[in-house]
Design a protein. Structure first.
Lengths: 337, 298, 308
């Protein structure tokens, strides 16, 4: 095919003037710079935090700080062990109570619930995520904790032979109530992720189980839950990450015991709570110790979240995105998924 | 295998044992029960908010500032006007900061970065940001902007902390939506000879807009409810202020301060403020979902 | 054990010979399904009142009576009457959308798992209506097994666990369980290939092996009937052949109903063939006849490839 001579054939047909290309390049480099800025910000963030925490680590040693006890600002002795343990106790409680309930709601919504009820029920569970943390604290301290106190005392008395749970007087702020509120707070996110994973179980597998003559529960047990295992665990870990970092509700409900709490129904402390309570008036080494606590908290949540993401991503790999899942996913993300 | 069976009894051989039947029934009932249990706290919270909060609501409640006279009974404790305005102002500023940056990063991730190692790294760090406890954001802003500059607390510093919180949420939700825009749309625009930036602004963004607004509103709702980032950055002040350069009150901080008060009237005010805050958040959530419904992508 | 290969081969047919001397296709204008003569016995048996089980005619494992199936308001199956003989292989053929998959899913009551779907009519298993209110659907599914179009071993289970899955539900354990698993795998012709790696995941096998694993899984619970919904459509020719050989062996133990869109396959494996069109049964009879001397013109058109 011969190239015909084009009228005005000097004009390069395919070039654009540099001016016309400017917006494109400006956009590209501008946005790339923005993305890079985020990275720089976070790295800077981490280094500043470490810098502020250094005096405290210098005083107590990194291990001495993290695993020492007690936390005694007036004596200038800063052992974070009671805080770390308190954080872990409340978070574990949140997992133990919250995850089974969340998974149950997900199973109900995807497998057992009549179709007309499904949407309203899902929205109700997600509404739990709309309640801000300070309102949970408010409700917890004025309603839940007093209401539970008699029952807690009964358990403590009946199980007085069991270490940690039994014996002693039940105080209003205590580990258990803090853990319970955390369980309620992580419900929406664990439920949402479990629901999303369960809705991707191929009908094939469910039919194979039913075809063998399995009851509905048996089908869920052998075809649905094993398939979703890593996704559910990932969701649980995201919930754990949220529970570890939760500040305000826990601060209100855990008390401020500087020692390792002796009982489940007694006061305790947590990493986030100590920062919230003491930062306002802290000076010098005390302030540095609080930064150190923040660093420990940051590293802990980082660790848990990375594992969680890997698990959720692995379970999602190979499963096609559900077109209608957009709203759910956007909402999950906003709820802190 | 198919020996002539006695009529009507062939299925009996395969019948489900009562044990299995019982287990199935018990399992299903337990699951349903657990689901109901999950909904109980919500009902109780709403009930309490309404019963205690509505009692505190009055026109004075919304139009007067808290007075700080909280130690004596019967003294006038005021309302929550400064808290409401403070929240609105600080969250608005935080949104103005976080939305362009968040959407910008999302656009970069989807349109330019795609799956490069750099983009993966950025995504990883955004995920890291999602998991950071909100109090740590407050501390960071404190280090950099309060201690670092030797100046004091200010409303805009609180906004910065809130925007750090909103950023990963907006970016991830925007990315999800942008990925849902069909490639075919982009390709047909490019095939018409439109430059990339034009394709993004005239084709991709308008299609993605409702979904992205949903994500933004949900991020705003989340920021409105956060207390911890504001504790060391904005400080609470009693008077209504429109000066973001000075101290500023906010609903969550006001509630937090009131929770520990021994005065009943103050606690009631906290409930009223809590009801106000939750109503605001629910309203934002509702609008967000309604907009999402109009999106062609979700 | 050399498998007995079905010798029916359409191209060999001598149109004048009859393999079953008293089979005659009914003459005259086709009205409703055409049924070969000896089926007339079953058709004539009186239907009892109020759904009580009636005397199962000798040799019939499953019988459909006026079976209709709906997806919401749309009627997919319009009143099918069809009998499947015990220890035989019956093939269901027809163009896509004719309702063949729907029909077999109604037999083991899987059809009703789809939201909004329902069935009417009776499905008699050895004389007992599986749709009777007193019947437990779970028992039905155990008695009537199913092999699906796409092999679907449970992905999180090993080969052993896959076969054992159905047995474990009824509480079989230990040595007893092992014996049954081995026996099922042998019957499916898979034992030699997997006996050394029973702990490996079921999903790691080739397509054909996976499908035989699914067959073993169904066999393990000793069903009366096995329904197969285009079991070979996702497999290569060699794997398909192996499964067809398997079907020929298995029919001495169970009754097999196989839906297939591949007419050569029907000709190879099936004793009897039923042709469906538009949700209705057009004709049923010995496979040879359906393919060589179909009674209905529509059957002839389909079989000779004029449509579908």
């Amino acid at each position: 095919m011969e190239a015909a001579s084009v009228p005005g054939g000097d004009r390069a047909l395919l070039a654009r003037s540099p001016l016309a290309r400017l917006p494109d390049r400006a956009l590209k480099y501008g946005l790339t710079a923005l993305a890079a800025l985020i990275l720089v910000l976070i790295v800077y963030f981490f280094f500043r935090l470490v810098g502020e925490a250094r005096p405290a680590f210098a005083k107590e040693g990194v291990l001495g700080f993290t695993f020492g006890s007690p936390w005694n600002p007036s004596a200038e002795h800063f052992g974070a062990l009671p805080l770390v343990v308190g954080t872990l106790i409340t978070s574990m409680l949140a997992l133990i109570i919250g995850v089974p309930v969340a998974v149950a709601t997900a199973v109900y919504a995807t497998e057992l619930c009549p179709r007309s009820v499904r949407a309203p029920m899902t929205i109700l569970v997600e509404l739990l995520a709309a309640v801000p943390s300070v309102v949970y604290g408010l409700w917890g301290i004025f309603f839940l904790a007093p209401k539970l106190q008699p029952a807690e005392q009964w358990v403590a008395d009946k199980l007085s032979f069991v270490p940690f749970i039994g014996g002693g007087l039940v105080t209003i702020p205590n580990y258990f109530v803090a853990g319970l509120i955390l369980a309620i707070m992580i419900l929406p996110i664990v439920s949402a992720i479990s629901r999303e994973v369960m809705s991707t179980v191929p009908a094939d597998h469910k039919e194979a189980a039913l075809g063998l003559g399995a009851t509905r529960w048996e089908m869920i047990r052998i075809a649905v839950i094993p398939y979703c295992r890593s996704g559910i665990v990932g969701g649980a870990m995201l919930g754990l990450g949220r529970a570890i970092g939760e500040t305000i509700a826990v601060t209100i409900l855990i008390g401020d015991a500087p020692q390792l709490g002796k009982q489940l129904f007694g006061q305790g402390y947590s990493l986030a709570a100590v920062i919230a309570n003491e930062f306002g008036e802290a000076q010098g080494v005390h302030r540095s110790a609080l930064f150190a606590a923040a660093l420990v908290l940051f590293v802990l949540t980082l660790f848990v979240n990375v594992i969680a993401r890997v698990l959720v991503m692995r379970s999602a790999r190979g499963k096609s995105a559900t077109p209608g899942g957009g709203v759910a996913r956007v909402a999950d993300v906003a709820a802190g998924a | 295998m198919s020996a002539p069976a006695i009529d009507g009894e062939v299925l009996a051989r395969f019948n489900v044992s009562p044990r299995r039947r019982r287990r199935d029934a018990i399992a299903r009932r337990t699951i349903m029960l657990a689901t109901l249990i999950a909904l109980v706290p919500l009902v109780l919270i709403i009930y309490y908010l309404l019963s205690k909060g509505l009692g505190a609501w009055s026109s004075d409640f919304f139009t007067t500032d808290p007075t700080g006279n909280t130690f004596f009974k019967n003294s006038n404790i005021g309302g929550i006007k400064s808290a409401i305005f403070g929240t609105i102002e600080m969250v608005a500023l935080a949104s103005v900061i976080a939305i362009p940056i968040g959407v910008g990063v999302a656009i970069w991730l989807v349109e330019y970065g795609k799956d490069s190692w750099f983009a993966q790294t950025v995504r990883f760090f955004i995920d890291v940001l999602t998991g950071v406890p909100s109090i740590v954001f407050g501390l960071f802003v404190f280090i950099v902007l309060v201690v670092g500059t030797g100046s004091s607390f200010a409303g805009w510093k609180g906004s910065i902390a809130l925007s750090l919180l909103m950023l990963p949420v907006i970016t991830r939700s925007a990315e999800v939506i942008l990925l849902l825009v069909p490639d075919g749309l982009r390709e047909s625009a490019l095939a018409l000879g439109a430059p990339r930036w034009r394709v993004i602004f005239s084709v991709v963004l308008p299609t993605a807009l409702p979904g992205m607004i949903t994500g933004m509103l949900l991020a705003v709702a989340r920021a409105a409810g956060e207390t911890a980032p504001l504790l060391f950055t904005a400080a609470a002040t009693k008077a209504t202020s429109f000066n973001l350069g000075g101290f500023m009150n906010s609903l969550p901080v006001q509630i937090y301060n009131d929770v520990t008060s021994p005065t009943t009237a103050v606690v009631n005010r906290a409930w009223g403020a809590a009801l106000t805050l939750v109503s605001l958040i629910l309203l934002l959530n509702l609008v967000a979902r309604l907009i999402a419904r109009r999106s062609r992508l979700t | 054990m050399t498998p007995a290969r079905p010798t029916t081969n359409v191209t060999d047919m001598d149109p004048d010979s009859r393999t079953e001397p008293n089979a005659e296709t009914s003459a005259g204008p086709p009205r409703g399904p055409i049924v070969a003569r000896e089926d007339a016995d079953t058709a004539a048996a009186a239907a009892p009142e109020n759904g009580a089980a009636r005397a199962a005619p000798r040799g019939v494992a499953v019988e459909l009576e006026q079976l209709r199936a709906f997806y919401g308001d749309s009627e997919q199956l319009r009143g099918v009457d069809l009998a499947f003989r015990a220890n035989e292989v019956t093939a269901i053929i027809g163009p896509s959308g004719c309702g063949k998959s729907t029909m077999i899913r109604c037999i083991n009551r899987m059809h009703e798992e789809i939201p909004g779907a329902r069935a009417e009519g009776r499905v008699l298993l050895d004389g007992q209506d599986v749709y009777a209110p007193s019947v437990d659907v779970v028992a039905v599914r155990r008695a009537i097994g199913m092999v699906f179009q796409k092999p679907n071993p449970f992905p999180t289970m090993s080969i052993y666990d896959n076969v054992a899955a159905g047995l474990r539900l009824t509480g079989r354990r230990g040595g007893d369980l092992r014996a049954k698993v081995e026996s099922a795998l042998r019957s499916a012709g898979l034992w030699d290939e997997v006996s050394s790696r029973l702990d490996e995941p079921g999903a790691g096998l080739s397509g054909g092996q996976q499908q035989r694993l699914c067959i073993a899984r169904s066999l393990a619970v000793d069903p009366e009937v096995i329904l197969m919904d285009e079991p070979c459509s996702a497999l290569d020719p060699i794997a398909t052949l192996k499964i067809e050989e398997l079907i020929a062996e298995l029919k001495t133990r169970v009754t097999i109903v196989i839906v297939t869109h591949n007419m050569q396959q029907a000709a190879r494996v099936a004793d009897r063939t039923a042709f469906m069109l538009d949700g209705q049964l057009v004709e049923v009879g010995p496979t040879q006849e359906i393919f060589t001397k179909p009674g209905d013109s529509r059957t002839e058109e389909y079989v000779t490839g004029k449509f579908g």
